[in-house]
Design a protein around this ligand. Structure first.
Ligand SMILES: NC(=O)C1=CN([C@@H]2O[C@H](COP(=O)(O)OP(=O)(O)OC[C@H]3O[C@@H](n4cnc5c(N)ncnc54)[C@H](OP(=O)(O)O)[C@@H]3O)[C@@H](O)[C@H]2O)C=CC1
Ligand SMILES: O=CCCC(=O)O
Length: 378
């Protein structure tokens, strides 16, 4: 069966009167990955919530941590007018995975989901997703499978453990890990997948809960160039921008560097908010001043007002930000690069974790400083 404009797909959007059938006419594409089974072939339409923008091809000058220059292996953007043909698996339905899988479903894809805690699959199943009882069952029944897991340990066990994704992989299948992990973990998963004859792409994302819901993520991909081209239409459903960075490890490193900067920015912003308050300024005015000047960043105006109220609704869990700083320290160590600011920030996130704030938003790191200030007054 082929997708023919949105009406035959498994998903009917109950929230919107406009359906996929109102999408612009769809160019069809033969599968780049030959289907290893007689699975129905559903074409995902390109939908307007995820406009394709050509990424500026920003490349690192060198990547000595992974010892491979990347500039010679940049594939061009996936050809325009081509669409993904095949079934899509999704492993890991947390804060990020759920909305990402939902967007694939909304776009008309044939989606099969799995999550360690099965109840988190229920919503997607009620909207038309199929259920796989293990990662292996998902990969064996899907052409391409995405994984969005908490950390290196969970990404590894889901990919390579008993009944893990690798067990269902084989020639013609693709595995795309969008979790934030270190390069070494990503390379291990790459090897396990490639040993089965399958293809691997790492594709960690920049952007949080809301961009995931809105299909506005930024993918930092590396690995199999042909798989990158195959899944580009799927990445364009879930995101607004994608980079291809060459060898496996480069996407992971890029993501870690970005989150290292973000973690330090948030720690520094927290200091500023508390200091302004201590000297009698209104921290809300500080947020306004910052947001109008050269150091403006959306993060400050989005998170700042709730931080002033000591409210930390979780978009990016603090434990994951601390994990990313820990990974940054390892990356920096591997190339003898000092990162003292990030190291100091990491200590603050560790304090926040020890105060029971792991599952709060990472902006709750301000509480670690608040405690410090109070105790120094005593
Ligand atoms: N939240 C954000 O803003 C962003 C997060 N990221 C990264 O994306 C990844 C996922 O983040 P997020 O969705 O926020 O995290 P969540 O904590 O919400 O979800 C984590 C997912 O991993 C699963 N998981 C954890 N441990 C295991 C395990 N041992 N075996 C199997 N599954 C496991 C969880 O399953 P279960 O439901 O059973 O616990 C859940 O599906 C992380 O690497 C994070 O750093 C990247 C960009 C933004
Ligand atoms: O890894 C989390 C990133 C959060 C963001 O980019 O806003």
């Amino acid at each position: 069966m082929r997708y023919s404009g949105g009406t035959s797909g498994p998903y009917r959007d109950p929230f919107s009167s406009s359906s996929a059938s109102s999408s612009p006419s769809l160019a069809l594409r033969e599968p780049l990955l030959p289907s290893p089974m007689a699975a129905p072939s559903i074409l995902c339409p390109r939908i307007p919530i995820a406009p394709l923008r050509r990424p500026s091809l920003l490349l690192p000058r060198s990547f000595s941590a992974f010892a491979s220059p990347v500039s010679s292996r940049l594939p061009d953007e996936a050809p325009k007018g081509k669409e993904f043909s095949g079934s899509v698996g999704f492993l890991g339905l947390g804060i990020m995975g759920s909305p990402m899988a939902l967007n694939l479903l909304k776009a008309g894809c044939d989606v099969t989901v799995w999550n360690r805690t099965k109840s988190k699959c229920d919503h997607l199943i009620s909207l038309g997703a199929k259920f796989g009882s293990s990662p292996a069952e998902v990969t064996s029944s899907c052409n391409v499978t995405f994984a969005m897991l908490a950390d290196p340990g969970s990404a590894l066990v889901v990919a390579c453990g008993t009944n893990g994704a690798a067990e269902g992989m084989g020639p013609g299948k693709g595995y795309v890990d969008v979790s934030t992990v270190d390069g070494a973990t990503s390379k291990l998963i790459n090897k396990q997948i490639k040993d089965t004859g399958g293809s691997f792409l790492e594709a960690p994302v920049s952007g949080s809960k809301k961009p995931a819901e809105d299909g506005q993520l930024i993918f930092l991909t590396a690995g199999d160039a042909s798989l990158y081209e195959t899944v580009a239409p799927l990445l364009d459903i879930m995101g607004k921008l994608r980079f291809y960075l060459g060898d496996v490890g480069n996407g992971a490193a890029m993501k870690i560097v970005v989150n290292m900067i973000m973690g330090s920015m948030m720690a520094s912003f927290s200091e500023g908010l508390l200091l302004s308050e201590k000297v009698g300024l209104d921290p809300n005015v500080l947020i306004e001043v910052v947001s109008q000047g050269a150091i403006s960043a959306p993060m400050y105006s989005v998170k700042g007002p709730s931080m002033v109220k000591a409210a930390y609704p979780t978009a990016f869990p603090l434990k994951h930000q601390q994990k990313d700083l820990r990974l940054a320290l390892g990356l920096a160590e591997s190339v003898s690069q000092p990162i003292p600011i990030a190291a100091a920030a990491n200590e603050l996130y560790k304090v926040a974790k020890s105060r029971g704030l792991s599952d709060q938003d990472f902006s709750a790191v301000i509480e670690a400083l608040r405690t410090k200030m109070h105790s120094s007054e005593q």
